[in-house]
Design a protein around this ligand. Structure first.
Ligand code: ADP
Length: 260
C-alpha cells in the first residue's frame, strides 16, 4: 500500500454566502477539492462565479459559511506563512524601490534581516531583475512588475502559492513569456500552486489539473487531469507542441458554454 500523503489543501463541502445590506449572495456551493503537495491546479469559471472567493478562503482572509478548509492537515484559521498570495494587480508600493517592495512580506513577518535581504537579492537576480533593485515600480514594464510581485510572494518561502489572474493585466506576448517563466520557477521550487484564471489556454498550458466551475453559485462541474505527451513540460511547449491541447480546450470550452 502506498503511504497516504497529507494533502496540501483539503476543501470539504464549502459553502460561502456573503451578507450585505442589499441581501445575500451565494458565491460557492458544496465545493470539495483535494490538492496534493507540489500539484499545479488551475480553476477556471465564468467571471463573478466565485473563483477569487475560493482563493480568499484558502488564504484564510475570509471564513466559509459552512464546510472546512485545511492546509497541510491543519484547519485554516486566518492567514498562514505557509501560503503566499499573488494578485492580478501587482500592488507594488510606488514610493518603495524594487528591493523594498520585494521585502514587504518578510518585513511583516518580522524576518527582515541581512540574510533574508541577501536571499531576496538572489531571487531578484534569478528572476532577471539584476540592476533594477533600486528602481521604482513606475520605471519597470508590466512584466517586470509582475516578476517583482512574484519575488515578493516567493521571498517568504510559502509551500503553497495562490495566484489570482496574475497575468491578466499583461499584453499577450508578455503574458506568454511570463507564464512560461513563472511556471518554470514554481515547478523548480516544488511549490503547490492554485491558479485562478478565466483563460482556458493558460490553465491547460500551466497545470497538472484543471477544475471547471459553474456560474454563481459556483459548483465544480468538471475536472481534467492534463496529460500532455511532452518530454519536458513547459507552458509554451504545451501550447505549441502538444496535440492534446486542443482537445482539452474544446472540452472545457463546451463545459463553460453549456453552463453559462
Ligand atoms: P470571480 O473571482 O469568479 O470573478 P468573486 O469570487 O470575486 O468571483 O465573486 C463571486 C460573487 O460574490 C460575485 O457576485 C461578487 O459580487 C460577490 N462578492 C465578492 N466579494 C463580496 C463581498 N465582500 N461582499 C458581497 N459580495 C461579494
Amino acid at each position: 500500500m502506498p503511504e497516504a500523503t497529507t494533502p496540501a489543501v483539503q476543501i470539504t463541502n464549502v459553502r460561502m454566502i456573503y451578507h450585505s445590506p442589499d441581501g445575500e449572495t451565494e458565491a460557492l456551493r458544496d465545493i470539495s477539492l483535494t490538492v496534493k503537495p507540489k500539484e499545479f491546479v488551475s480553476i477556471v469559471g465564468p467571471s463573478g462565479c466565485g473563483k477569487s472567493t475560493l482563493l480568499s478562503l484558502i488564504a484564510g482572509l475570509i471564513k466559509p459559511t459552512s464546510g472546512s478548509i485545511e492546509i497541510e492537515g491543519s484547519k485554516v484559521d486566518g492567514p498562514s506563512p505557509k501560503v503566499g498570495y499573488m494578485l492580478q494587480q501587482d500592488y507594488l508600493f510606488p514610493w518603495r524601490t524594487v528591493m523594498e517592495n520585494a521585502l514587504i512580506g518578510l518585513e511583516i513577518m518580522g524576518k527582515r534581516n541581512r540574510q533574508s535581504q541577501r536571499r531576496v537579492g538572489e531571487l531578484l537576480s534569478a528572476y532577471g531583475l539584476t540592476g533594477f533593485e533600486n528602481h521604482y515600480p513606475r520605471q519597470l514594464s508590466g512584466g517586470m512588475r509582475q516578476r517583482v510581485a512574484l519575488v515578493r510572494t516567493m521571498a517568504t518561502n510559502p509551500d503553497i502559492c495562490l495566484l489570482d489572474e496574475p497575468f491578466g493585466a499583461l499584453d499577450y506576448q508578455t503574458r506568454l513569456f511570463i507564464e512560461e517563466e513563472v511556471g518554470r520557477i514554481l515547478r523548480e521550487n516544488e511549490k503547490t500552486v492554485i491558479l485562478v484564471t478565466h483563460d482556458i489556454s493558460e490553465a491547460i498550458a500551466m497545470s497538472d489539473r484543471v477544475i471547471v466551475l459553474s456560474k454563481r453559485p459556483a459548483t465544480i462541474i468538471a475536472e481534467h487531469q492534463i496529460e500532455l505527451g511532452l518530454k519536458t513540460r513547459s507552458a509554451l511547449s504545451a501550447r505549441n507542441e502538444a496535440p492534446e491541447f486542443k482537445t482539452y480546450f474544446r472540452q472545457i470550452w463546451k463545459e463553460l458554454d453549456v453552463h453559462a
